[in-house]
Design a binder for this molecule. Structure first.
Ligand code: HEM
Length: 293
């Protein structure tokens, strides 16, 4: 609920949004148009602004500053292209996917899975060394694309579905996988999510974390915003996940009812690249048309 003081802050933010959009020359956030054009959706727009204000404890200037940075980054990185236009290498298919249950529990309908324990050849996934920016960039573009696809499944008009769950499964992980390049790329992804995707996580689970590697959690935590840290749950046993999430959406290895493991989970969600907002459809169409030209 937004109280009357917050209503005033929201009204002031609304006045500033158009100025920021004009300054940055970018008019889209998470698939919604920010100025009052053909695709403008007042309710979703308000939901998004409330999210930004919530992320910064209703500090108007911090929220304005954040919006400006987010739009600048979106203009440059083009996450919609990473999600819906670009083809990513199939090597990423095994380490990340989305499950979506429109009838699932509130704030748990969208779950992004990252099976980083399955990475056996870290160099192949994360790049080879500092000079291999192509490798790093390919991973980052794929990971941001996955994030953006899951964001499009949220509904910023609904208190039931305006946050997502994320799961990292570290089954099979070894200390040797955490080389310099992995650390560097991980840090970059964490920063991108922290700065440009605020207030989207309901909970984040780290499962099958070997006792010997629990310390990694403490090393990474300082890079993450405090509000986000409070949403983290570390479980050494994957099967304990069922105590937190709906068994209908979980494979047997997580104590759930989906019989054939995570592979079959993927098939619960077939729409990841086909469900998006009308404005995203419009912008993606423009990008594809400009590629054909
Ligand atoms: C050695 C193998 C590991 C790899 C390849 C790896 C990979 C990653 C990547 C790519 C991210 C970026 C965020 C994302 O993709 O959602 C991340 C974040 C993170 N990882 Fe790992 N990780 C490893 C080990 C661990 C271990 C053992 C822990 C202990 C719990 C851990 C805890 C975290 C935390 C707390 C974050 C921050 C999450 C966030 O900001 O949303 N990681 N990891």
């Amino acid at each position: 609920m937004v109280d009357s003081a917050q209503q005033k802050t929201l009204a002031a933010f609304k006045k500033e949004v158009q100025v920021i959009v004009d300054d940055v020359e970018y008019d889209e956030l998470f698939g919604y148009q920010l100025s009052r054009g053909e695709f403008f959706d007042e309710e979703a727009y308000e939901g998004l602004l409330i999210k930004l204000l919530t992320a910064y404890d209703w500090d108007l200037h911090a929220a304005e500053d954040s919006l400006e940075k987010i739009l600048e980054w979106r203009k440059e990185f083009d996450p919609l292209s990473a999600a819906f236009v670009e083809d990513h290498e199939s090597k990423y298919d095994d380490i990340g996917f989305i499950t979506y249950d429109p009838n699932g529990k509130a704030l748990e309908k969208v779950v992004t899975w990252n099976l980083y324990g399955k990475v056996k050849n870290a160099k192949e996934i994360f790049g080879t060394d500092d000079s291999d920016t192509a490798g790093q960039n390919a991973f980052l573009r794929w990971r941001v694309g996955l994030m953006e696809q899951s964001v499009q499944l949220l509904d910023f008009k609904s208190p039931e579905n305006d946050y997502m769950v994320q799961v990292h499964d570290y089954k099979g992980v070894s200390l040797f996988q955490r080389d310099a390049q992995v650390k560097k790329t991980t840090k970059k992804v964490i920063e991108v999510f922290r700065d440009f995707y605020p207030e989207l996580l309901s909970k984040k689970f780290f499962v099958n974390v070997p006792t010997l590697m629990m310390w990694v959690f403490n090393v990474i935590k300082p890079f993450v915003a405090e509000k986000t840290r409070n949403k983290f749950v570390v479980l050494s046993n994957g099967s304990d996940l069922v105590k937190h999430l709906d068994p209908k959406m979980l494979g047997a290895e997580y104590g759930g009812q989906v019989s054939k493991g995570t592979q079959s989970l993927k098939f619960l969600f077939k729409e990841s690249k086909t469900k998006y907002t009308p404005y995203t459809a419009h912008l993606v169409g423009q990008r594809i048309a400009s590629e054909i030209d």
